[in-house]
Unconditional design. Structure first.
Length: 281
């Protein structure tokens, strides 16, 4: 391969069968010049980036990253592929490396970045969160740096972005909506927000399905008016919380929440409140 551009001592661009590839390796660009041959023995990581705005953005981030962070992230990606069969696309891997570089900088400066969606991420994306904890441990073992637990939530969302659970923009929208609804539940019914109980997780799972149906336009509809009115009369506090939730979701997603969805929300809220020992308002 011939070098087409030298970014720094450790990062160069080259042509690989006519396609540009970004190569990373300690000293790979040192003393080199454009048109020179790549020392294949020094190549530690290859990034094939598309000739698009996304590819250009990822390339710009990559060349500014510390070499040590790139190689540490490469260890993470090898762990993901070897242990979990997860292959990170190059832009996602670079995005993760960029996040780790910022996390290390915050750690060095003593700056905390609380993750407001940490508990929702843990409950909603349990597989990704568990893997993120493995990544934090790998980072601690390889670099000697202990990142805070909040970072597990951020890393889990990078795994979501890798395509494990859907589109990142939609996922973030749903996560924010989850967080907002749980705040309403806490204030209306006194149910703890940060809770890892099976009852809480079960409610959160139902709520995720409700939100996804709102986004997809596939709400549940049926002839349940009599049951709705009966539940409304039997549990006024769950009904009041459901009304607040429904109004909030209608404003956020610009769609009215159906009576059947509201009925199931009331039922789940009543069960959650009973299981968590909260008193009706």
């Amino acid at each position: 391969m011939k070098i087409t551009r030298i970014y720094n001592n450790n990062v160069v661009a080259a042509l690989d069968h006519g396609q540009e590839v970004i190569l990373v390796g300690r000293g790979l660009g040192f003393g080199q010049q454009r048109g020179g041959l790549v020392d294949e023995c020094c190549v530690e990581k290859r990034f094939h980036l598309a000739q698009t705005a996304t590819g250009a953005g990822a390339r710009g981030i990559l060349v500014d990253l510390p070499y040590e962070v790139i190689t540490l992230t490469a260890q993470v990606t090898r762990h993901l592929e070897r242990q979990h069969g997860i292959v990170l696309p190059a832009p996602v891997e670079i995005g993760l490396a960029d996040h780790l570089a910022a996390a290390f900088a915050r750690l060095d400066e003593g700056i905390a970045l609380p993750n407001a969606l940490l508990w929702e991420t843990k409950a909603s994306y349990r597989q990704e969160f568990a893997i993120a904890l493995e990544i934090l441990e790998l980072i601690r073992r390889e670099s000697g740096r202990r990142l805070p637990l909040d970072e597990a939530g951020f890393i889990a969302m990078h795994l979501v972005n890798a395509g494990l659970t859907g589109d990142m923009a939609d996922t973030l929208l749903l996560m924010r909506a989850l967080h907002e609804v749980l705040d309403i539940v806490h204030h209306e019914l006194g149910v703890p927000v940060a809770n890892d109980s099976p009852h809480y997780v079960r409610f959160l799972t139902h709520l995720k399905f409700v939100l996804q149906r709102l986004v997809d336009g596939t709400q549940l509809h049926g002839e349940y008016q009599a049951m709705f009115e009966a539940q409304r009369a039997a549990d006024p506090s769950a009904f009041a919380a459901t009304q607040r939730i429904s109004a909030h979701l209608a404003a956020r997603f610009e769609v009215e929440v159906s009576k059947e969805e509201q009925l199931y929300l009331m039922l789940h809220l009543g069960r959650l409140r009973a299981a968590e020992g909260a008193s009706p308002a």
